[in-house]
Design a protein around this ligand. Sequence first.
Ligand SMILES: O=C(O)CCC(=O)C(=O)O
Length: 258
Amino acid sequence: MRVSCIQMDISFGNVEENFQKAERLIESAMAEKPDLVILPELWTTGYDLTRLDVLADLEAKKSIEFLQKLAKKHHVHIVGGSVASQENNGVYNTMLVISNEGELVSTYSKAHLFKLMNEHEHLQSGSTNGMFALDKNLFAGFICYDIRFPEWIRAHTTEGAETIVVVAEWPLPRLNHWRSLLIARAIENQCFVIACNRSGSDPDNVFAGHSLIINPWGEVIAEGDELESIVTGQIDLAEVKKVRNTIPIFSDRRTDLY
Ligand SMILES: O=C(O)CCC(=O)C(=O)O
């Protein structure tokens, strides 16, 4: 499976410009012939949290239709990053997964809100898991701060997830945390990690870019720099079984102790 992370520089609060740019970048990613493309966290609005009352997408409808159109047109699976989705009881930071036939496969709302960037003041936290299947393969989706919670990720790999997809707006000053946490999550779960971060800056933060594709042995297959770009790599899911058979951590776990 070929995967392309769209390491987009998101325009702060400019939803129309972001839709146009995402379309342009997805079109140009098609030159890499990906089976799956991934957008970053909050790619429609950026972190313009104080204006979510006007900027959030009602039940993510517009974003879903937009992604379904592109998925069908290019016959490509899309993890549509996450968008600010206005629901009955508030706004959620919600990942959208669309199949290459344009089906909405799953949604996942960020479970762990990041207080350092005031998310808890403007967003509701989700309470469903991030499991989804594409071409009968099991994936799990996570959003940014979620990667600091290894037990949340483990809850998905013990359910069978072989690839974890992370979408983020991770700031540059903590680039070493981003890389180290993602490599650790790949090694300890013996799974592929595909992590799409944004590039550029907003009024409060400079973002790290450095989207990463990591194999189940913890080796980096592809990595972006800090600029807007498309980061592509090839993943072979047979590698997951090979690594899990070599060092059988799942069956060696002492579930009687923890
Ligand atoms: O955990 C971090 O350092 C960054 C998290 C973050 O930026 C987010 O969840 O939006």
